[in-house]
Write a protein that binds this ligand. Sequence first.
Ligand SMILES: NC(=O)c1ccc[n+]([C@@H]2O[C@H](COP(=O)([O-])OP(=O)(O)OC[C@H]3O[C@@H](n4cnc5c(N)ncnc54)[C@H](OP(=O)(O)O)[C@@H]3O)[C@@H](O)[C@H]2O)c1
Length: 226
Amino acid sequence: MSTVLITGAARGLGLEFTRLYAAGDWKVMACARTPDGLKGVEGDVQHHALEVTDYKAMKALARKLDGEAIDVLICNAGIGGSRGSPGQDLGGFDPGEWRRIFEVNTLAPLMMAEAFVEHVARSKERKMVAITSVLGSLASNNGGRYFYRASKTALNMEWNCLARDLGSRGITCVALHPGWVQTDMGGGTAPLTIDQSVPAMVKTIAGFKPSDNGRYLQYDGTELPW
Ligand SMILES: NC(=O)c1ccc[n+]([C@@H]2O[C@H](COP(=O)([O-])OP(=O)(O)OC[C@H]3O[C@@H](n4cnc5c(N)ncnc54)[C@H](OP(=O)(O)O)[C@@H]3O)[C@@H](O)[C@H]2O)c1
């Protein structure tokens, strides 16, 4: 049986990842601040309480899972910033909001990768996935949402560095954009439903080969411009 660890696993895209992997007979380490959303999910799902910016708790969890093999690590937890707040717009920048967004979207996934690299290295599949965004692409930037965009651009760079450091250990590191999806973050007008995005991501992740290490892809496996 293969194992996946997912952050932000009890809501939005993370919850659907949990459902799909569990239904596919994976062991799911579902990391979430509260387990409420996981109620009723069938299969081998273990809830681990994790606030991703609590690095002491993160390291304690890594120690607790010492000896376990994690085939796929999905760093999914993320925030977009206060909806409708001018804090991310030129003229209204809110430094506290910048720190909050970068902490969750950029620093926490890197700390996850460091904390769980040995668990991934001892697995069969050896895959590390950062759920990023096309809004982090410099090549397709059309401005606005400075903090969220920059947090994902920096996340992409981190994953590119990890790919270079970990490729020789057979670990495949990919930055994966889910598409614009109808979740609390994506909003109701997003063009994709969760059912269109997450099964496609699961399929794309299943198809990763070592040669995909260091790539920046969208949910269906299409390459994105950095
Ligand atoms: N939806 C889109 O259109 C879209 C597009 C591009 C990229 N993404 C990325 O996809 C990922 C998932 O987004 P989503 O659309 O599913 O958003 P969502 O519905 O708002 O869910 C966000 C998830 O992240 C978790 N989370 C946030 N801060 C956390 C923290 N400090 N510690 C632990 N968990 C935390 C939330 O947990 P709680 O329930 O505890 O709050 C929730 O499970 C994010 O990285 C996002 O940037 C989404």
